[in-house]
Design a protein around this ligand. Structure first.
Ligand SMILES: *Cc1c(COP(=O)(O)O)cnc(C)c1O
Length: 421
């Protein structure tokens, strides 16, 4: 635990000034807990690193869309990166400034475009010729000119950076570089499109600077070509933020990342970034209690009350999360190797495998760095209610979202009409 917002006091794990055990006792498990101070510090790390350089930070809502999280960031003056009308509604619900919203995503529907135009979102990051044509048509119907950046796919070389898969030509994201110039020319001629920027996002959980630098170098080549044709761009959107440390990753400091971005983009362009994971990931934990310890001839299982329904990352990406016992048990409890699994009827339902932990009966565990792509990906599979979300703020505990009630899970479902006699 290197994050200053987490600390062990007399063997008990604290988030800011609150013992996590106290939260588990009061609100039950499983539950998500976020540190307001950690969210704030992470946002400020990006913001301050830019110094006097003109910039905008658009927090990627998809990483954690809880209103209390969005509110925390909106109060700091953050903008937002959204990928759906649902995320737009959430940002508007916390009073987020529509002019500071970027609408990303490969599959914007006509209805979503209308909602975004009505709200006055700052810019659409367009990902295909068909999307550009549709946006022009709908903006025309709305009597507007939609502000547009084209998201290009810089095809960052997989040989040099094999861990990136979303910045390559053969995936669905962005417009391939060779076609981008043509699309910009078309955009410049459309009546209801106003070209304002260029965007790229090469993937998530990137923990070295080289791919970002490579991608931006390619983007700037295109920007120069555009300028020569009289297509002037005001902002360059460098995409999502840095990866974070889950296990032994060593991402560069945010200041180094921002310095590299500032160096790659000439002064006259405003810089936008869209960090998600690095803002909210380290700020959150998932608390879960061990229900049973179960030995089999080959493995030792700790069956927890959290499952892939609460945190799907291990099942989906074989993601690794650190696990901490919330209360250090007496020395008589030996540390043994466990697979931490949930109660869901799937063999992929695990939170962590082969962890050496001293587990007393009903031990309370904290799954670390679970603030990003955690609750937002939770499901009701096995008719499990989604867990509550709490925000710790100094010594205060704020219930940001209650546990779903069982009755609410099917309250809107309807029985078939009665059978005819
Ligand atoms: C997912 C995503 C982000 C956020 O990425 P993080 O790795 O969470 O910082 C930003 N921009 C776009 C377009 C995305 O798809």
């Amino acid at each position: 635990m290197t994050d200053p917002h987490f600390e062990r006091r007399n063997g008990e794990l604290f988030m800011e000034q609150v013992a996590l055990r106290q939260i588990a006792e009061r609100f039950g498990t499983p539950c998500y807990v976020y540190s307001r101070a950690a969210l704030t510090a992470a946002w400020h790390r990006y913001d301050r690193a830019f110094g006097a350089r003109r910039h905008r930070i658009h927090y990627a809502v998809k990483a954690n869309a809880n209103l209390a999280v969005l509110d925390t960031l909106a109060r700091l003056g953050s903008g937002f990166d959204i990928v759906s009308a649902g995320e737009l509604a959430r940002v508007l619900a916390v009073g987020g400034d529509p002019a500071r919203i970027v609408f990303s995503g490969v599959g914007k529907t006509a209805a979503e475009m209308r909602a975004a135009l009505d709200a006055g979102v700052g810019v659409f990051n367009v990902e295909s010729p068909a999307e550009l044509a549709r946006l022009n048509e709908i903006a025309g119907q709305c009597g507007q000119a939609a502000r547009v950046a084209i998201r290009v796919n810089p095809d960052v070389d997989a040989q040099t950076h094999p861990y990136i898969s979303t910045g390559l030509t053969d995936n669905k994201f962005g417009v391939p570089m060779p076609e981008a110039l043509t699309l910009y020319r078309r955009a410049a001629e459309l009546a209801h499109i106003q070209v304002t920027g260029i965007a790229c996002h090469i993937g998530s959980q990137i923990t070295t600077l080289a791919p970002f630098i490579d991608a931006l170098a390619r983007v700037m080549v295109l920007v120069t070509q555009l300028a020569q044709e009289g297509i002037d761009i005001a902002h360059v959107d460098a995409g999502g933020g840095l990866g974070i440390r889950y296990q032994d990753e060593t991402p560069p400091p945010v200041a180094d990342y921002v310095a590299a971005v500032c160096l790659a983009i000439p002064e006259r362009y405003e810089i936008c970034i869209e960090p998600g994971r690095s803002i909210c990931g380290p700020a959150g934990v998932l608390l879960t209690r061990v229900e049973y310890l179960k030995d089999t001839p080959t493995r030792r299982f700790a069956i927890c009350d959290a499952a892939m329904t609460e945190l799907i990352r291990p099942a989906l990406y074989e993601a690794w999360h650190a696990v901490e016992v919330v209360q250090t048990p007496p020395a008589s409890v030996a540390a043994l190797e466990y697979d931490l699994v949930g109660p869901v009827c799937e063999s992929a339902d695990f939170l962590a495998t082969a962890r050496c932990l001293p587990l007393a009966p009903h031990a309370l565990l904290s799954i670390m760095s679970a603030g990003a792509y955690g609750h937002v990906m939770a499901s009701n599979y096995n008719a499990r209610p989604r867990p509550p979300e709490l925000v710790v703020d100094g010594e205060h505990i704020h219930l940001a979202r209650p546990r779903e009630a069982l009755a609410a899970l099917f309250a809107e479902e309807q029985l078939l009409p009665p059978d005819p006699r």
